[in-house]
Design a binder for this molecule. Sequence first.
Ligand code: ATP
Length: 246
Amino acid sequence: MLELDRVSVSYGEIAALREVSLTVNKGEIVTLIGGNGAGKTTVLKSISGLLSPSMGDIRFEGRSIRGLSPDRIVALGIAQVPEGRQVFPQLSVENNLLVGAYLIRDRAGMRDTLDRVYTMFPVLKERRRQLGETLSGGEQQMLALGRAIMSRPRLMLLDEPSLGLAPRVVEEVAKAIIAFRRAGMTMLLVEQNARVAFALSERGYVLETGRVVLADDCASLRRNPRIMQSYLGGNSAVEESRRALH
Ligand code: ATP
């Protein structure tokens, strides 16, 4: 469904991605894992048209999308859930959701999609008149996921959905991702937390300083001690330091 073929991206003189190749098949959740600054967000921004690769090609459902505008890419069926959720603080929850549907002309269809989002996340329905800024971190993540669904994507790009959330809330977000998967959604998931990522996905790519250094199924990546040590993720790292102190 999605194919990156030797994609390179630079920020001026800084090479952020070097010949990154990866594929996501229809119905899969694929994880892209890597430390700070490895280039994970840059991969997602290149797919969603926010950055243009200097080399290589990006294909979605068989056609090249390299160089298309972000609007065009959303219209083709790719939605990005950005890192840090980026909820509009002064808009109501419902208006935040409607922003996600700005390219949808069919109003009846939009209502149906909104109802689907509210069924998936009842807390958003309860709080639909509240301002975005009044939501907790977990609720804002639900809102960001719901907003992406509003554009009726076939592929979702999720940038660190577990970042900064308490373990209980991470579990809720993980359940939502599993529900999307069951509904037939295809996802490329960026994570620093290997436990979360490998629990959700079937295949993973490990990115280090802009290069793919390993690609395997998640069962094998989970058995790889070097990977698990490097990417245990924030929550577990904190838990372990805490245990070491006592
Ligand atoms: P994080 O987990 O910290 O978000 P990441 O894996 O998503 O990291 P990117 O944000 O893709 O990494 O960044 C990849 C590299 O590109 C880093 O070295 C970063 O410093 C650099 N970079 C990112 N954005 C810019 C920018 N706007 N200008 C210059 N360099 C940038």
